[in-house]
Ligand binder design. Sequence first.
Ligand code: ZN
Length: 229
Amino acid sequence: MELKRLNEHIWYMPSEEERDRPNLCYVKGSRLGLAVDAGHSAAHVQEFYALLEKESLPLPDITVLTHWHWDHTFGMHAVHGLTLANERTDRYLAEWKEKIEKNGPGEFLAIHESIRREYPAGTEVTVRTADMVFSGEMTLDLGGCTVKVLQAEAPHTDDSTLVYAENDRVLFVGDSTCHDFFTGIKRADLCAKMADTIRKINPAVIMEGHWVPVPMEDTLEDLMTNLSE
Ligand SMILES: [Zn+2]
């Protein structure tokens, strides 16, 4: 696995299907480094950090979560610096933290085979809540590089955060443009709202959680096809 460079401020470690690992992205300003998503496990985070170190990039100061799903968040306990999530994402994480601490990881491991590949028998599952919680929208100045984080209505979950690197016009959307993982439903009204939000932001490139970077139009086209109703 190697780190790919997207443009002046942005690098990413590509996603992997086998263990359902999303892209882990890195935005570097002159003062602060920001990661988009914390990854599936401590092992996932460590692989990402080893690649950053190889490129002499500082470890992230802030890690923003795109939504609560385990493959994007359960590495949080191993990240460097502070984590940032919207209040809904943080609430879901608190629920899973309590459940796993009380009952063990059985229910979590039963969700999907890819999870059991990421967590071979005996591996500990640790869930953390975020260090910083926001609602609505906020702007982060990384030093010559501005990043906006904003909550958005989307078909995948009801806790989506979009991350926009303004100078580079790259929008990180996590899985928010996909169907609901648990129901398989892709609600047309939510897709339309999401498409509207994306058009208003008007990014040049969109980075989805489990896909390669693409022009905005590609994402919009995918978003509005195979709708449930
Ligand atoms: Zn997801």
